[in-house]
Ligand binder design. Structure first.
Ligand code: CP
Ligand code: NVA
Length: 302
């Protein structure tokens, strides 16, 4: 049976660290002009239901750098719009691919696909999870601080990115606080499951962003309305107004704090230009690291 990454829960903490190490080594070699051709003739298939700049292109670039190539198709192109059954699509497409990335609304679709696929399935974002983003963020934190034993304060929605970061925190011992308006927290069943799997997890939620960031090493945010929530955007804009990451909020954090965002950002909503482009921002290092993490992940999963 192939290994999959449908969620970070598919990994042990030791495996997670192994992926970070592979990615860091490959990044170092890449900087020296060394692009090991680990996967000549191998094929990456990307099956996406939602748009993507970073994820799609960093995966494709990563596979090209390693000597392989990539195919891209929308879930509709693949026939997952009712043209044929999920089982049939998964059997056929995995017989052409060496690894498959999937970006979907439903997490269940990725989970179901992984049951059938004969090659590894990597979750490239669902409504509930974004494991490759969280792995990349750990890599970026490790590069910046020399370790991941930091306090990350996520100011915003208890969404896919927040939940994957919370799992990443639980797996590595990192402290994670979500500063979130009431009604937008990470779901109660998610928290129960996280604490059942990782009873020592330092993961908490608060509605006070100023107090939360006062001990932050990293302030992190993401869009208030995720892909698929466009019709809720106005309602969310009102609910999240007091949770904008701006100069005033960053002034409540220690002077050494770093700012992170998975991107795309809605500048002027969840974050202001001065913070995005300010000295504490490491958002573009984060975005670049998507590619290095993708190579480390391919090296591990294939
Ligand atoms: N951070 C991220 O996943 O970006 P894309 O949606 O552009 O892939
Ligand atoms: N929470 C965002 C992340 C985008 C990378 C979304 O799902 O749209």
């Amino acid at each position: 049976m192939p290994r999959h990454l449908t969620s970070l829960y598919d990994l042990t903490p030791a495996e997670l660290l192994e992926i970070l190490k592979l990615a860091a080594d490959l990044k170092r070699r890449h900087r020296d002009g060394d692009r090991p051709q680990m996967f000549p003739g191998r094929v990456l298939v990307q099956l996406f239901e939602k748009p993507s700049l970073r994820t799609r292109n960093s995966f494709e670039a990563a596979m090209a750098n390693l000597g392989g190539s990539g195919l891209f198709l929308t879930t509709a192109d693949a026939g997952l719009n009712g043209r044929e059954s999920l089982n049939d699509v998964a059997r056929v497409i995995s017989s052409y691919a060496d690894v498959i990335t999937m970006r979907t609304f439903s997490q269940q679709l990725i989970d179901d696909f992984s049951e059938i696929s004969t090659c590894p399935i990597i979750n490239a974002l669902s409504d509930d999870r974004h494991p490759c983003q969280a792995l990349t963020d750990l890599l970026t934190i490790q590069e910046t601080f020399g370790h991941t034993n930091v306090h990350l304060v996520f100011v915003g929605d208890g969404n896919n990115v927040a939940m994957s970061l919370a799992i990443a925190a639980a797996m590595t011992g990192m402290k994670f606080t979500l500063a979130v308006p009431s009604g937008f927290e990470m779901p109660a069943d998610f928290m129960t499951d996280l604490l059942r799997r990782y009873p020592d997890a330092k993961v908490s939620q608060t509605d006070n962003p100023q107090e939360a960031v006062s001990t932050a090493d990293v302030v992190y945010t993401d869009v208030w309305a995720s892909m698929g929530q466009e019709e809720e955007a106005e309602r969310r804009k009102k609910a999240f107004g007091a949770f904008q990451v701006n100069k005033e909020l960053m002034a409540c954090a220690p002077g050494t704090v770093k700012f992170m965002h998975d991107l795309p950002a809605k500048r002027g909503l969840e974050v202001t230009d001065d913070v995005m482009d300010g000295e504490s921002s490491i958002v573009f290092q984060q975005a670049e690291n998507r590619m290095h993490l993708a190579r480390g992940l391919f090296a591990w999963i294939m």
